[in-house]
Design a protein around this ligand. Structure first.
Ligand SMILES: Nc1ncnc2c1ncn2[C@@H]1O[C@H](COP(=O)(O)OP(=O)(O)OP(=O)(O)O)[C@@H](O)[C@H]1O
Ligand SMILES: [Mg+2]
Length: 360
């Protein structure tokens, strides 16, 4: 197991800077998810850690040793890619053992490792098939097997499940989690699926435009996002934002009185523009006078929940209600939330403000 540290890591392609100075530590055995929108630099960062991409500035440190100048083989990392990168003309067994063969491991040792990995990944029965004779999920397992047999200090995953259908993705996600609990190899897992990150990772780093917005446990990011970007990225369906302002040292929503509970906010100047953030699962139907006036636009029943999209003051707002709630398009409702479930962000730079910042 290894510690991975990134110190002031930067990457430019020509004049264009892609990664703007990343500082990050992954502890031994930790599973870190790197999330962020498409093009934010996740793969670039991972490829630098793997040694597949040069570093423009900063250091990559494994177990206290700078590895910038080491080639991928010398770094003892194994990478699992989105497209699996299996050799079509080789059997599963040959694909899995290829790197071991090249590194000169004895035949008996190689057989033992391949068989162990195959058992762990439930692919013992398909070791003699070719990749073209496998399902997507089986190919994915073979790619994982190839990484595991090398017994690397660090696993690097770049969206390994994004080519699988939804059901298989959930299954493989559970398998990766179980696998990590067994082998406890330090892992960095790139995904733009925040549910995958939330369920798999001990720690999540949210990347945006080549910069880290926040690092923390899934629950920390969900409960205490540092800014509007993280708040909108972590949690599904995404958080709703409603414009507001500070008046008499209280945060209130614009254009409707008592639409949401006001939040005491003494340290921000009156008149400052804000955004209220409310998660879909924290909104409910209000039967009293208070609440945001809303018009139902769309209702989706999942069986266990009712997902509603409603128009609130001209903007769509998502509401997730427990159970089967009967609502119809064009129906007028009022939406309310508890004061403790309200997040506040400055309208300018999107920084989180207000009492939630002090809640656990
Ligand atoms: N070899 C390259 N030369 C020039 N620009 C590149 C190169 N590789 C990547 N980029 C640019 O760097 C940025 C980050 O790319 P990267 O592949 O790291 O994004 P990503 O976060 O992995 O996105 P996705 O979620 O779509 O995979 C993009 O703007 C991309 O166009
Ligand atoms: Mg990528």
């Amino acid at each position: 197991m290894g510690t991975v540290e990134l110190r002031g890591l930067k990457k430019s392609y020509g004049q264009v800077q892609i990664i703007h100075g990343i500082d990050l530590t992954v502890d031994p055995g930790e599973f870190l998810a790197l999330v962020g929108p498409s093009g934010c630099g996740k793969s670039t960062l991972l490829r630098m850690v793997a040694g597949l991409e040069t570093v423009s500035a900063g250091e990559i440190v494994f177990n206290g040793k700078v590895v910038n100048s080491l080639d991928p083989k010398q770094r003892n990392v194994a990478m699992v890619f989105q497209n699996y990168a299996l050799y079509p003309h080789m059997s599963v067994r040959e694909n899995i053992s290829l790197n071991l063969r090249l590194s000169g491991v004895s035949k008996s040792e190689m057989e033992r490792r391949v068989n162990d990995a195959a058992r762990l990944l439930h692919i013992d029965a398909i070791l003699d098939r070719r990749p073209s004779q496998l399902s997507g999920g089986q190919r994915q397992r073979v790619a994982m097997g190839r990484a595991i047999v090398r017994n690397p200090a660090v696993f690097l995953f770049d969206e390994p499940l994004s080519n699988l259908d939804a059901k298989l993705r959930v299954m493989m996600r559970a398998e990766i989690k179980a696998l990590h609990q067994k082998v406890k190899t330090t892992s960095i897992y790139v995904t733009h699926d925040q549910i995958e990150a939330m369920t798999l990772a001990d720690c999540i780093a949210v990347l945006n435009g080549g910069r880290i917005e926040q690092i923390g446990s899934p629950i920390e990011l969900y409960n205490n996002p540092a800014n509007k970007f993280v708040a909108g990225f972590i949690g599904s369906p995404a958080m709703n934002f409603i414009p507001g302002k500070v008046e008499n040292s209280q945060a209130i929503v614009d254009r409707v009185s008592r639409g949401l509970p006001s939040v005491p906010l003494a340290d921000i100047a009156n008149g400052t523009s804000l955004e209220f953030g409310i998660r879909p699962e924290h909104l409910r139907l209000s039967d009293g006078e208070d609440g945001l006036p809303a018009t139902v636009l769309q209702v989706d029943q999942t069986g266990s929940q009712t997902h509603v999209i409603a128009d609130v003051l001209g903007s769509p707002v998502t509401v997730v209600l427990e159970g089967m709630v009967i609502l119809n398009p064009d129906e007028k409702v009022k939406l309310s939330a508890k004061v403790d479930d309200i997040y506040l962000f400055t309208a300018g730079d999107g920084k989180a403000v207000g009492p939630r910042q002090h809640l656990g």
